[in-house]
Design a protein around this ligand. Structure first.
Ligand SMILES: C[S@@+](CC[C@H](N)C(=O)[O-])C[C@H]1O[C@@H](n2cnc3c(N)ncnc32)[C@H](O)[C@@H]1O
Length: 221
């Protein structure tokens, strides 16, 4: 058994052991696949983790950068109270169309808005006086330093920021790797370390999506 197939088998086991059957999320993945979207959504256990973080935080306003077919959006949207709001930013109109259909089928259209465009263009259109309780950053990693800076601007003390895919199969620690995504993640971590208004950690993960990790940030000031 390869490492990857073992990680995928354990993910399947944990999903069966801990997560209820979820026809809505299964259908969302099927529609995304049928529409030709890449299979790069978070895994079910990761989606559940995002949902739990949002509920532990008591999030009423959530921002997501990088929607794809709305899989993580549905996990996060389900954590909201009825009057909660989630705004998710997506560059590709075809991805946004699939996401809107999946979000509607999940019964979340009343509290989730998909905004289409490059996130660096749509972020400045968000109201600065309605801070988000949780921000999930999962788009083009080269822009992560900008997304972190925006997330800080659009949150308040007590808010949580989660950034996905920050390990990239270990490339993050390879000094010879200067690919734009890796450089973007390193630069974001430098900004975080120098920023007195946050405390953060990063955790390596393995699973059906391979070897990666996430950064967890608490806004403290
Ligand atoms: C990893 S996928 C998001 C997966 C999704 N969060 C999930 O787990 O279901 C990244 C998404 O970010 C979008 N994206 C890439 N560059 C972007 C940009 N500059 N602004 C907004 N979205 C962008 C891509 O089109 C893609 O749909």
């Amino acid at each position: 058994m390869t490492d990857q197939s073992l990680w995928a088998a354990v993910d399947a086991h944990l999903t069966d052991a801990l997560l209820p059957a979820d026809p809505v999320l299964d259908a969302a993945l099927r529609r995304s696949h049928d529409a030709g979207l890449p299979a790069i959504a978070v895994s079910p256990p990761q989606g559940r983790m995002l949902n739990l973080i949002a509920r532990i935080r008591g999030a009423r306003r959530i921002l997501e950068i990088g929607t794809l077919g709305g899989y993580s959006t549905i996990w996060l949207g389900r954590a909201l109270p009825h009057d909660g709001r989630l705004t998710t930013l997506e560059f590709d109109p075809a991805h946004a169309e699939v996401a809107r259909a999946n979000i509607a089928d999940a019964g979340l259209a009343d509290r989730v808005e998909v905004r289409v465009g490059a996130a660096l263009d749509t972020l400045p259109t968000l109201p600065a006086d309605e801070p988000f309780d949780l921000v999930f950053i999962d788009a083009d990693k080269n822009n992560n330093p900008h997304y972190f800076t925006w997330a800080l601007k659009l949150t308040r003390p007590g808010s949580v920021i989660v950034v996905d895919n920050v390990v990239r199969a270990g490339k993050i620690a390879d000094p010879a790797d200067d690919s734009p995504f890796v450089v973007g993640i390193r630069a974001m971590h430098e900004l975080i370390k120098a920023e007195p208004r946050v405390e953060a950690t990063a955790v390596q993960t393995v699973g059906e999506k391979g070897y990666d990790g996430f950064t967890l940030i608490l806004v403290t000031g």
